[in-house]
Structures are given as C-alpha cells and as structure tokens.
Design a protein around this ligand. Structure first.
Ligand code: MG
Length: 334
C-alpha cells in the first residue's frame, strides 16, 4: 500500500505543503499548527464483538490526531449508504458514533450523506476527518526530549525515532483483527476476544504530561510489524524487540496459531506504540498503565543502530527479521 501511494498517488499531487506534509505519510498532516487527518471505514460486518463501524470511525480518527501530539477538537462524518439499508442499523451506528465522540471529548460538526443504488456500496461506508490543536503538554514533552538528545522536530512523527529510544506498546495486540475475523468466519474465538476499538486521547495526554516522547503511532492495518518497519524506514534506525515482552492475550495466540497468522501483523484499533528517550521510559510506562486503555502496556524493545530493519529476539533465544506484511492477513477490518 505504501509503495502504491508513493509511486501512484504522491507522483500526481503536490505533496510538500505543511509542517508535516502529505509526503511524510504520517498519521495526520500538520498545517498552520493544526493537525488534520482523514480515514475511510469499510469494515465487514458492521457490528462486531467490542464495537461497530461507528465507534471504529470515531476512535480511528481521534487516535490518528492524538499520536501526532494533537488534542482532537472536531470531526466530520461522511456516509455512503446503500439504498434499502435498514434505518434501525443506521440509528444504532449514529448513536455509537455520538457515544464514542463524547467519550473522547470531541464533536461531529459537519458531514455528508450519499445514497447509492444496490450493489454500489456494500451496505455502508463511513469516512471521518478530524482536526486537532497542539496538545497543551507537547511543548513540555519536547523540552524533556531535548534535555536528553538533539531533536529538531516540533511534533512527534515517524521520522523522529532515534537510537536508544525505548518502545512501549500500550496493551495487548491482535485483538481487533482476530475478533473480527473469527466473528465473520464463525470460528468461535470471539467469545474470548473482543475488538479493542477505543479513543486513546486521554491516555496519550497522560504520557505527554510526563514527557520524553519522540514518536507515537497506532498499529492499525498491518499491525505492529508494519508500524515498526515504517519507523525503521522513515527514521533510518534499526529496531530490536523481544518476543517474550509482547503483550498478547492467550486466546489471541491460540487463534493466530490455528489460523496461521502472525499477531504482529494483525490490525489494532485501540493501541499505540510510543517511542521514548530512555530516562523517561519507565515513568511514561507508569502513566500509560494508570489509564484503563493502557493497563497491559509493556516495554517491548528499543531503537538501535546495531541492527538493520526490525529484528525480534524470539522465545527460544533466536533472532527473527520482522518484515513488513506483504498482503493483509485479515482484510476489511477497518
Ligand atoms: Mg494511524
């Protein structure tokens, strides 16, 4: 996907406008001090264990703003609805969007609806865009980073991970994708595994209050494997993680083994990976763990110039290269 965007889309568009421009392919752009992002949701089914397309569409956009160090302010909601779509389902989805927005302290302030003929939209698609302003705690955060090392950026971003930075994952991984796949295909794991879809802005605020964060990102499509490879590539740094430190629920491990998929490659919708200067890592971890969304947070490894790409020390003491996922192990989950 990233190659397609670089080779196909960026080529045709002016892509260098803003402090974090389109060309950065980050979670949000930064323009005139405003964080701005958009995402379209085509998840199947629309209702799943732990959430629905509405909660997902709000949480996803809130999280893309939050990981840039922005305080989410307002969202748009555009819906493409297939003719004959049940009104009761639409009510439920809108109520879910409103509830998740309230939880995140944002409001949906503009939107659009289009109705298309049967066969054109597969039920319902939702696009949400969002704007956010600089977090009140971001200046403090960056001051702490600059006390530890050289840091030329004004916002945490994918290019800003440096050797020595400690990597924290905010909770158990793989739940969203596995819950959806299992529910969709009727494998039965969904009784034990639910989607993690949740807005993370308050948890991230607590982490910024501590300070020392150099980059943050939500491991959505392509999971943690994709995220770490993006960081390694954009920040030109190696990344080493330890398999035994990865927080993965037992049920997710069994489901992944059975289905032959790698939990590192499965998408999440309520998790963040946080890169922190070493001296602040334990305090940031504590702050994250104090929030309900971050209870299972763990330090999973660090950035280093000793390795190339992303390397995992396995349970058995071996070393495994973590490649960026080629296909999508679980399609249509966001
Ligand atoms: Mg993102």
């Amino acid at each position: 996907m990233i190659e397609f965007i670089r080779e196909f889309v960026l080529k045709e568009l002016d892509h260098d406008f803003g402090e974090v421009p389109l060309a950065a392919l980050d979670d949000a752009a930064i323009v005139e001090g405003i964080a701005f992002t958009t995402d379209s949701y085509t998840v199947r089914p629309l209702f799943f264990p732990g959430g629905d397309i509405g909660s997902l569409a709000v949480a996803g956009t809130v999280n893309d703003l939050s990981v840039m160090g922005a305080k989410p302010l307002a969202l748009s909601c555009a819906m493409i609805i297939q003719e004959g779509f049940p009104g009761e389902d639409l009510h439920k989805i809108l109520r879910s969007m409103n509830g998740t927005s309230k939880k995140a302290g944002v409001r949906i302030v503009t939107g659009d609806t289009k109705v298309v003929e049967k066969g054109a939209a597969d039920g319902l698609f939702i696009n949400t865009s969002g704007i956010g302003k600089r977090s009140d705690y971001l200046d403090h955060n960056i001051k702490e980073v600059r006390g530890a090392r050289k840091y030329p950026w004004n916002w945490p971003n994918d290019s800003a991970v440096g050797p020595g930075d400690v990597l924290i994952v905010s909770g158990s991984i793989g739940n969203h994708g596995v819950a959806l796949l299992s529910f969709r295909e009727g494998y039965g794991f969904e009784t034990a595994i639910k989607s993690d879809a949740a807005p993370l802005n308050y948890m991230i605020e607590q982490a910024l209050k501590v300070g020392g964060i150099t980059a943050m990102k939500d491991p959505t499509r392509g999971g943690v494997a994709n995220l770490l490879n993006e960081w390694a590539d954009k920040s030109k740094v190696g990344i080493r993680i330890r398999e035994e430190e990865l927080p993965i629920d037992e049920a997710v491990i069994s489901a992944c083994e059975m289905l032959g998929i790698d939990p590192l490659e499965v998408g999440n919708e309520g998790k963040a990976v946080i890169s922190v200067v070493p001296d602040m890592a334990e305090t940031v971890l504590k702050a994250v763990k104090s929030c309900s969304e971050g209870k299972k947070a763990k330090i999973i490894g660090e950035a280093t110039s000793d390795v190339k790409g992303v390397m995992m020390e396995t349970h058995t003491g071996g070393k495994r290269i973590v490649e960026p996922p080629i296909g999508d192990p679980v399609p249509r989950i966001c």
